[in-house]
Design a protein around this ligand. Structure first.
Ligand code: ZN
Ligand code: ZN
Ligand code: FE
Length: 758
C-alpha cells in the first residue's frame, strides 16, 4: 500500500557539527519527502512525510550514508498521521535535555587545506578557515545545542559570502558554526612582551617566521591554548626554552610540515601514519632514525620522538613557509595548566616568550595536544586531550548503568582528569594536569564546572581516591553528597576493564609510581583480584624505604641506596660508580635515615623500583618528571633481544604473597661489577618483571589479565608481557583510548561507583 505517512525520528550520538542536518536535507529532498529537521540539545529531530515505502528507504539509508565524522548511539522512530508539509526545511534549534555529544576539535580537512593554498580562493592564506568536516568544536562551545550563538564565534558577524555558504544546505559550510573568512572572521596579530602590536595578519605571520629563524621563542595562540614554539634545530634556543620553562629534561614534541618530512627523521608504520593524519592529529611517539638534523636537546638520550602534523590552518601556514620542523610545547611553566587568554599569557609567559602570535577568537577551555603511542599494534592514548576529549566512553552494556544516578568522579592527583556519568556514557574531561599548584587547582575547578554545565549535569553521587590528602579528594568531601572512595590501584584496574568492555573477575596488574595503600604504605606494585565491586590484594612487591619521601622520588639515588642497604651488609657496595656522584654528607644523611627509619615511608611501587635500578646502574641521577627513570631503563634496551632474566623469590608463607626483589638487585650489582652493558641489564630487569607477572597469573588461576598503571606506558614491558601471557594461554587486556596512567583514574572511579550502587 502506498499510503501517505508521517515519520518522527530522534537520533542521538555524535550528530552535531558534523553536517548531519544537511545530509538529512539532501536525502529527504532526493526522495521527494517533505517535513523538517532540527538540532536539539539531546540530538537531531526529524519529521518526514511521504509514501510509507519511501520512508522505509529513507530510514534505512540514514545509518548507511551518514557523514563520516558522525556516529549514532540511538535512533527512535514513531509513525504518525500526515499533516501535509509542503516542503522539506532545516528548522532552528530547540532546547531540551542536554545529551547531545559535543565533538572534539578536528584537524583541517583536505578541502579546506586546498583552499588556503589556492591564490584564487577567497580564503587564500586565511588561518581560521574551517568547514563542517573540520575546525574547532569543544574549544569554542559555551553551551548546547551547538549553534553559532553558543560559541565564541558569536562575536563575529558573517559577511554576505559566508552567510550564503552557511545557509545553503548543499554547501560544505552549511551551518559550519565557526565559519569565517578574511573579511569577517578572526584575525592574527603579533605582539611584543608588553602587548604592543608589531604586525597584523599576513605580516604577523611573516615576522613570526623571521623571529623563529633568529632563534626566538614564540608564544602561539593555537586551538586549545598557547603553545611555545621554537626552531627545532637551534640548540641554544631550545636550551633557553628549557631554562625559562623549568623543564630541564622532559622531551619536547616536534611539529613537521608533512608526513614525508617526518619519514626522513623517524620510522612510521601504517598505524602510526593513520594516527598522524587522523582528524585527531595527536602527537605520536615514533622511533627516530639515525640521520637527524634536529637538536639533540629536544629529547636527550631518547630513541623516540613525539611528532605531530599541523592541525589548524595557522599551523599549516606557518610550517609551509619555513623549511624546518618546530618544537611545539604547551604554553605554561613546568606542570602548570595551559594559558588560553592572550592577556593572561602576557604575564604568565612573559619570562618565557619573546613574542606572542595571537588572535581574537576566544578559547573557552584549555585543551592540550594529545599523545599516542602504538603498543602491540594498537593505539594507546597516553594523554587524552585535543581531538579525543570530550568524546564519551560507552560503559559495558552488561553493567547497564541506566538505573544508576548521576556520578561525578574527581580523578587522582597527577595527570588529573575528571569524569561524569550520564545516560550510560562517561564523559571524561581533557587532561588537566598535576594538581600541585594554585593555577592547576583553579583549572581543575573550571574544567569540572564547564563539563557539568555543558551537559546540565547535577551529580547525585561523587567518587574520589582513597588518599585523604589529595586535593581532589578534599574537594569531593566538601560537596555534601554521598561519597564513594576507591583505592587508587583498584580504580586503575576498573579503568582498564571499562576501556575493554570487560567484566570481572580478572587479575589486575596495577603498577605505577604511587598510590595510597590500605596498610599505611605507598602501593604501586600490585596484583589485585577484582570480583564484583570488590578487590583482593593477592600479591605485591616487597616494600622498601623511600628516604626523605618526595626527596627520594626526585633523587632516585636515594632509592638505590635504600635497596642496597636491604641487600648488602654495610659498605659492600662502596665501589658502585653511582656512589661517586653523592657527597659524603648526603650519603651519611641518607644512611642515618635508613638505619633509624626517619622519614622513610615504605613503598611497594614498581615505578620506584625502576627509578632505583636506573640510578644504581648510573643511567638516571635525578628525576625531573614522572617516569624519567623508567624511560631511561626502557630506552637503554635499544633493540637488544634476549629472554634472560634475574632470579627473584616469592614468599608464599604469607598472604598476600610478597615478591622479593632481593636476588634480582643482588644480580644487578653483580652484572654492574662484571661490566655487563646497561643494555643487557635493562633487558634482564624488564624480563624479570614479565616473568613475575606470568608467575602470579598462574597462581591466581584467572584467565583474564589486566595490565594497568603508568608502568604500562613502557612499550617493551607491555609488549613482552602481552606476548608471554598469550604464550601461556592467558588473555591479556591493556589500555587503548583511555590512558593507563592516572589520566584513566576518573573512568575507573565511575565504574567503581556503578558497581558499588548495583
Ligand atoms: Zn574543512
Ligand atoms: Zn566572511
Ligand atoms: Fe597511578
Amino acid at each position: 500500500m502506498n499510503q501517505l505517512k508521517r515519520l518522527k525520528i530522534i537520533i542521538q550520538g555524535a550528530v552535531q557539527g558534523v553536517g548531519f542536518r544537511p545530509f538529512i536535507y539532501r536525502l529527504a529532498t532526493e526522495l521527494n519527502l517533505t517535513g523538517w529537521v532540527n538540532n536539539s540539545a539531546s540530538g537531531v529531530f526529524i519529521e518526514v512525510e511521504g509514501n510509507e515505502r519511501i520512508l522505509e528507504q529513507f530510514l534505512a539509508r540514514i545509518p548507511q550514508e551518514k557523514p563520516t565524522l558522525s556516529s549514532i548511539n540511538a535512533l527512535e522512530t514513531t509513525w504518525l498521521d500526515p499533516v501535509h508539509y509542503s516542503n522539506f526545511e532545516i528548522r532552528h534549534s530547540s532546547s531540551g535535555e542536554k545529551t547531545a555529544i559535543v565533538l572534539p576539535d578536528l584537524s583541517t580537512c583536505s578541502d579546506c587545506l586546498q583552499e588556503i593554498f589556492d591564490p584564487n580562493n577567497r580564503r587564500y592564506l586565511y588561518p581560521f578557515t574551517n568547514c563542517t568536516n573540520c575546525g574547532p568544536r569543544y574549544t569554542i562551545i559555551e553551551e548546547l545545542p551547538y549553534d553559532r550563538s553558543h560559541t565564541t564565534m558569536k562575536h563575529f558577524i558573517m559577511c554576505k559570502c559566508c552567510q550564503t555558504e552557511y545557509e545553503n544546505p548543499l554547501d560544505r559550510r552549511f551551518h559550519a558554526q565557526p565559519n569565517a573568512c578574511p573579511v569577517c572572521g578572526p584575525k592574527l596579530q603579533l605582539w611584543n612582551q608588553k602587548g604592543e602590536i608589531l604586525a597584523h595578519e599576513n605580516d604577523a605571520l611573516t615576522l613570526t617566521i623571521d623571529a623563529l629563524k633568529e632563534g626566538k621563542i614564540l608564544a602561539l595562540k593555537g586551538l586549545g591554548g598557547f603553545q611555545l614554539i621554537v626552531d627545532s634545530r637551534n640548540t641554544n634556543a631550545i636550551k633557553q626554552l628549557r631554562q625559562r620553562k623549568h623543564r630541564p629534561h622532559k622531551p619536547f614534541a616536534v611539529m613537521y610540515a608533512s608526513l614525508e618530512a617526518i619519514k626522513i627523521d623517524c620510522q612510521v608504520n601504517d598505524l602510526e601514519e593513520s594516527l598522524l593524519t587522523s582528524p585527531q592529529a595527536p602527537i605520536v611517539l615514533l622511533k627516530r632514525q639515525n640521520n637527524q638534523s634536529l637538536s639533540p636537546n629536544i629529547a636527550p638520550d631518547n630513541p623516540y620522538l613525539g611528532v605531530m602534523l599541523p592541525s589548524t590552518p595557522l599551523h599549516h601556514l606557518l610550517l609551509h613557509k619555513i623549511n624546518f620542523p618546530i618544537v611545539a610545547t604547551s604554553g605554561n611553566i613546568a606542570s602548570e595548566p595551559l594559558c588560553i587568554d592572550e592577556q593572561e599569557a602576557l604575564y604568565r609567559l612573559e619570562n618565557i616568550a619573546d613574542l606572542f602570535l595571537v588572535h581574537n577568537r576566544p578559547i573557552i577551555r584549555p585543551v592540550d595536544d594529545s599523545v599516542v603511542r602504538v603498543m602491540a599494534e594498537r593505539e594507546m592514548i597516553i594523554r587524552r586531550a585535543r581531538g579525543y576529549a570530550p568524546f564519551p566512553v560507552q560503559i559495558n552494556n552488561n553493567i547497564n548503568s541506566n538505573s544508576v544516578p548521576n556520578i561525578l568522579a574527581v580523578g587522582g592527583h597527577l595527570k588529573n582528569t575528571v569524569a561524569i556519568l550520564k545516560n550510560n556514557q562517561v564523559f571524561i574531561s581533557q587532561h588537566i594536569g598535576d594538581l600541585s599548584t594554585v593555577e592547576a587547582l583553579k583549572s581543575f575547578h573550571q574544567i569540572m564546572d564547564s563539563l557539568k554545565d555543558l551537559y546540565n549535569f547535577e551529580p547525585e553521587k561523587i567518587v574520589c581516591d582513597a588518599h585523604p590528602d589529595y586535593v581532589s579528594s578534599q574537594y569531593a568531601k566538601s560537596q555534601n553528597l554521598p561519597l564513594i572512595t576507591v583505592q587508587h590501584h583498584h580504580a586503575h584496574v576498573l579503568s582498564c576493564l571499562a576501556n575493554n568492555n570487560l567484566n570481572p573477575p580478572v587479575l589486575g596488574v596495577a603498577w605505577d609510581g604511587t598510590g595510597y595503600g590500605k596498610d599505611q604504605t605507598i602501593w604501586g606494585g600490585e596484583f589485585l583480584l577484582v570480583t564484583g565491586n570488590k578487590y583482593e590484594r593477592i600479591a605485591h612487591f616487597r616494600p622498601f624505604k623511600l628516604p626523605g619521601g618526595e626527596q627520594a622520588v626526585k633523587d632516585p639515588r636515594r632509592i638505590a641506596l635504600s635497596l642496597l642497604s636491604e641487600v648488602f651488609q654495610e659498605d659492600y657496595h662502596k665501589k658502585l660508580p653511582f656512589l661517586e656522584t653523592i657527597s659524603a654528607k648526603e650519603l651519611n644523611l641518607v644512611k642515618q635515615m635508613l638505619s633509624r627509619k626517619l622519614n622513610t615511608p615504605l613503598t611497594s611501587s614498581v615505578g620506584r623500583l625502576f627509578d632505583g635500578v636506573a640510578a644504581m646502574i648510573g643511567i638516571c641521577q635525578n628525576v625531573t618528571f614522572e617516569g624519567h627513570g623508567a624511560m631511561a631503563l626502557e630506552y637503554a634496551i635499544n633493540n637488544l633481544e634476549t629472554d634472560e632474566s634475574y632470579p627473584y623469590n616469592i614468599k608464599d608463607s604469607v598472604y598476600p604473597l610478597v615478591i622479593d626483589w632481593e636476588l634480582m638487585i643482588h644480580s644487578v650489582i653483580e652484572d654492574t661489577f662484571n661490566q655487563i652493558s646497561h643494555q643487557k641489564i635493562a633487558a634482564k630487569f624488564h624480563n624479570t618483571l614479565v616473568e613475575i607477572i606470568i608467575n602470579i597469573a598462574q597462581k591466581s588461576q584467572k584467565k583474564n589479565i589486566v595490565l594497568t598503571g603508568g608502568c604500562f606506558q613502557n612499550k617493551y614491558l607491555t609488549e613482552k608481557t602481552i606476548l608471554r601471557l598469550k604464550q601461556e594461554k592467558f588473555t591479556p587486556f591493556w589500555h587503548h583510548n583511555v590512558p593507563p596512567n592516572d589520566g584513566g583514574i576518573a573512568l575507573g572511579q565511575i565504574l567503581a561507583g556503578i558497581l558499588k550502587i548495583k
